[in-house]
Design a protein around this ligand. Sequence first.
Ligand code: NAD
Length: 493
Amino acid sequence: MKVMTFLLTGLKNNLDYNKKNILKSINKIYINGEFVTPHGTATFDLISPVSNQKTGEAILGDQVDTQNAIAAAKEAFKTFSKTTKEERIGYLEKLRAIIGRREKDLTDIMVEEYGGTFQFCSMVSQNMVQDINAMIDVLRDFDFVQTHGNSKVFLQPAGVVGIIIPWNMSNGFIVTKLATAIAAGCTVVVKPSEMSTQQTQLMAECFHEAGLPKGVINFVNGLGDVVGAEMTRNTDISKIAFTGSTAVGKIIAKGAVDSMKRVTLELGGKSPNVILDDANLQEAVPTAIFAAFLNSGQACAAATRLLVPQSKLGEVNTIVRAVVQNIKVGNPQDADTVVGSMISKKQYERVQDYIRIGQEEGATLLIGGLGKPLGLEDGNYVKATIFTNVKNSMRIAQEEIFGPVLVIIPYKDEQDAISIANDTVYGLAAYVSSATKERAYRVASQIDAGRVCINGILHDSKAPFGGFKQSGVGREYGILGLEEYLEAKAILE
Ligand code: NAD
């Protein structure tokens, strides 16, 4: 799917924040097929990212809630793990219909809760349906009993899976992971980010309506070092599927080893975008900017390092300036907004710190910079910021900023571009533009990243997604994603 076309399409949005003056209360979690009052009593303020006003409160689950959810999933696993392929396809089809029907609600709550742009969030909602579809296809064709050598190999569900999710694009990750878990016959406990409780509430309603047997899916809102830590520790969980920062991924991997849990870790990135010298710059450069500002730059796969031929740096800078001047930074609910607000004041400050670091490191600020755009002082808005003539050794080229900040790095020749692209601890995604497909493939094949997109921002719900190096462990989506939720048992006779 060409995401670019979508991003550039204006869409009508009917949201109206001003009508919502009543404080919201997220006071239930979902355990054993029911919305229940948590045992935990700690509260978390819901803060609008566009106004920094309090919009409500969530009650957070605690260790007891987590243990109750795990116990429910363990009990449900006894029967759910024995369901047939057809039964699981039936649940996924129901879920697909419900999520398709609630697409607008799912989009609206994303925009409202974390300030994701309407453009981006609409695309995420559409991808949810597409991802469930893809998993149905994969499941239909998958052989759970295979022959390897002279033996039968049984691929059986791994057990209770703990799913830990970040705040950006929260429901998209939940759907991908849960669709795979259901396809595999696993039961789950989901811990979303404490900053995603409103999105989670809606998603839990969708799963409830899908009529899955009680205990198969459980949602516990809560903090990482409370709910997430209990999931990592608890011996009744067989596998953790985590999406989030590399720092927290390492904590989880270390904790999981005590009970030898399987882990899938989808972590951070600093993805290179290599524009080769034969590429059409009028197409490749605007695409590169949209790839960098994906989800307002709060995307793990955002193409945040733009590698361009030294000889074309001046031309690239001119196009970049022209494109960025016309990009709308503003209210995420507006259909033409490309960069919305950062999720929180903390995230805003983090991005400001990196812009300051870039200036101190001697990178050339091409456009944007410190402070909020004029007229947007109340929200967590960052100016769309581009540094040029950046050295790959600089911190702004090496560290994940997670905001609308792109660095342009000049390279000498193709080999130099490949070595700069690989000179990072990360390896999640990469992008290559060229007029010659063979040339783009040649470069793509030498970049250490889990996904490389040629001439665009692309998504394929059946192709594996995951990271090389410190971008993660394991893969999601498609056959490889399904296999991560299965254990192989060979029976030899
Ligand atoms: P985070 O790592 O801070 O938090 C992710 C989740 O882990 C949250 O639910 C959090 O509560 C939980 N957590 C925190 N401490 C924990 C602990 N000690 N034990 C267990 N769980 C704990 O990430 P974030 O700030 O929510 O999200 C942004 C990060 O996620 C970025 O680094 C981004 O690159 C990464 N990310 C990766 C992908 C991917 O697919 N590779 C996708 C989206 C985001």
